[in-house]
Design a protein around this ligand. Structure first.
Ligand SMILES: [Zn+2]
Ligand SMILES: [Zn+2]
Length: 112
């Protein structure tokens, strides 16, 4: 089977077994409910400040208190996101485009 054939085969398989696959997913979720719950609880606990900081900035933006205009690093106006240098200080955010945001976090990780 070449690449194109395999893709087609997969697409057909997915289509023909849609219900089966959906059922499988549902069963997995049901059987691992606790695990999935536990993981999201752990994530929330470990990232409490991060989640808070994000929802603070997001909320301010929704209420029109702040607007993302351009990336503070490269000036791009696309895919803008809030970056929090310190998640304990949700009001201190920077506006970065997705690219610079990823770069910033990579640099942070590298410097640790
Ligand atoms: Zn940028
Ligand atoms: Zn960030």
């Amino acid at each position: 089977m070449n690449g194109a054939e395999r893709r087609e085969y997969n697409a057909r398989y997915q289509k023909e077994n849609k219900d089966k696959l959906r059922e499988k997913k549902k069963i997995y979720k049901e059987q691992n409910k606790e695990k999935i719950n536990e993981e999201s609880k752990k994530y929330r606990k470990n990232n409490k400040n991060k989640i808070k900081a994000r929802s603070y900035s997001g909320g301010m933006e929704r209420r029109g208190k702040i607007t993302k205009q351009k990336c503070s690093l490269c000036g791009s106006k696309e895919e803008l996101e809030f970056h929090h240098p310190d998640y304990k200080k949700p009001t201190k955010h920077k506006v970065l485009c997705k690219k610079c945001h990823v770069k910033t976090h990579n640099n942070l990780r590298a410097s640790k």
